[in-house]
Design a protein around this ligand. Structure first.
Ligand code: FES
Ligand SMILES: [Fe+2]
Length: 415
């Protein structure tokens, strides 16, 4: 199979509104720019914070620190099985009703479906309503109905829990995801429950981190150790839907030579992104031409959530900003439950290969950020196959300059 690229600038021709100018790197370390991103993006749009499997039972909760927003969110599954989100702040004197026991996520189960603030014992139910305030009669006319936990907008898409910090989001989650939500639906995420997760605090701006996961140009160099001559450095099926973007990563069938062990384990576990298995899980409109070299779909849900889907495997990456120079990366790979030791071994083998590739990816981020921050390189020079990177900076700019949200529909026109 040869590269079907018809033009050296095919994506610039398809998406002329993105232009071809270099990207200004100052936005990756400017304090002023980060403040704008906080106010106009992070506190306005929907972003993913958990999967439903993380809250398996009534009363299960998860607390996620949101340092960039100076808060933390409590997600809790109620008696009615509905998952709700609240600021982790008590209506009495603001202590955190759920004690955070980790520097990132805290998990637990609320006894009796009640959250009790340990400072003075105010009790809230899983709907966030104040149930009890000790010595309530000594307060000065407080109304329990107005003293609940402060809700955060929360909705679920294909088992992914999203929140929106805007007290009155201007778009529903469905409208925000738009066509990209449809594009990535009709895929049975729930059938792949076996998960490997990695997390690291990175000294790099969130956009620089996302950049490293939205092009395949680096595959031949950075991944020469883990995936030698396996992937094309071009991307296919690029589509843009409002602020969201997607592409297909493809295999170079002429040069790829998986190791003997990889070939065997891929066949057993069916979780390898380098093995072709036809089209059983992927929705119709993903790889619509049934490319034989298709490996996986690599979409980014704006601003910083990637959910890549393939046959028998999907993986997610998210880069939560902390400040302009720091973020938290979480990578997770989901496959079907191994049924025996043979499948377990095969799954582990495929996973460590993927882990090593992700370490190759993440290893570039801090160096890139440090170099960019020096001011020595005021621009990024992008080639045509880095079109998703270009679109990221375009979407950030549009949000910062715009007064309204964008529709997440394909054919963004001149947006
Ligand atoms: S701060 Fe929570 S009960 Fe006092
Ligand atoms: Fe990579």
């Amino acid at each position: 199979m040869t590269d079907v690229t018809e033009s050296r600038h095919r994506w610039a021709e398809k998406f002329p509104f993105l232009g071809t100018n270099p990207i200004d790197t100052r936005q990756c370390y400017s304090a002023e720019h980060f403040e704008l991103e906080k106010e106009k993006i992070f506190k306005k749009v929907w972003w993913q914070v958990a999967r439903v499997e993380e809250l398996p039972k009534k009363g299960s909760y998860k607390v996620r620190r949101l340092d960039f927003a100076d808060t933390s969110v409590v997600l809790i599954r109620g008696k009615d099985d509905k998952i709700r989100a609240f600021h982790n702040a008590c209506s009495h004197r603001g202590n955190k009703p759920v004690k955070e026991t980790s520097d990132w996520d805290t998990y637990g189960r609320a006894r009796g479906l009640a959250i009790t603030c340990r400072f003075h014992g105010w009790v809230y139910n899983a709907k966030g309503e104040l149930m009890l305030a000790p010595e309530q009669d000594k307060f000065f006319g407080i109304d329990p109905a107005t003293c609940g936990l402060t809700p955060i907008a929360c909705d679920i898409w294909n088992g992914f829990i999203f929140i929106n910090l805007d007290p009155s989001p201007s778009q529903s989650l469905g409208d925000y995801l738009g066509d990209m939500g449809d594009h990535l639906s009709n895929y049975d995420y729930g059938s792949l429950p076996y998960v490997f997760k990695y997390r690291a605090f990175l000294n790099a701006n969130w956009k620089i981190c996302c950049d490293a996961f939205q092009e395949a140009y680096h595959a031949a160099t950075i991944h020469a150790g883990t995936f030698p001559d396996i992937f094309y450095t071009a991307v296919e099926n690029v589509n843009i839907a409002g602020p969201h973007r997607t592409s297909a990563v493809c295999l170079n069938l002429e040069t790829m030579k998986p190791t003997a062990v990889s070939t065997i384990t891929s066949e057993i576990s069916e979780n390898s992104i380098t093995q072709q298995r036809g089209k059983k899980m992927l929705p119709e409109h993903v790889n619509p031409t049934n490319r034989p070299d298709y490996a996986f779909e690599m979409p980014v849900i704006f601003p910083f959530f990637m959910v890549a889907i393939g046959e028998g495997v999907y993986f997610t990456h998210i880069f939560y900003p902390i400040d302009k120079d720091t973020c938290v990366w979480e990578g997770a790979q989901y496959i079907r439950q191994p049924a025996n030791y043979r499948e377990r071994f095969a799954a582990e083998h495929g996973q460590v290969l993927q882990r090593d590739a992700w370490l190759e990816d993440t290893e570039t981020m801090e160096d890139t950020h440090a170099a960019v921050r020096s001011g020595a390189k005021p621009i990024f020079n992008l080639q045509d196959e880095e079109v998703l990177v270009r679109h990221q900076y375009h979407a950030v700019k549009r949000y910062i300059e715009a007064k309204q949200d964008f529709s997440g529909r394909f054919s963004w026109g001149d947006m």
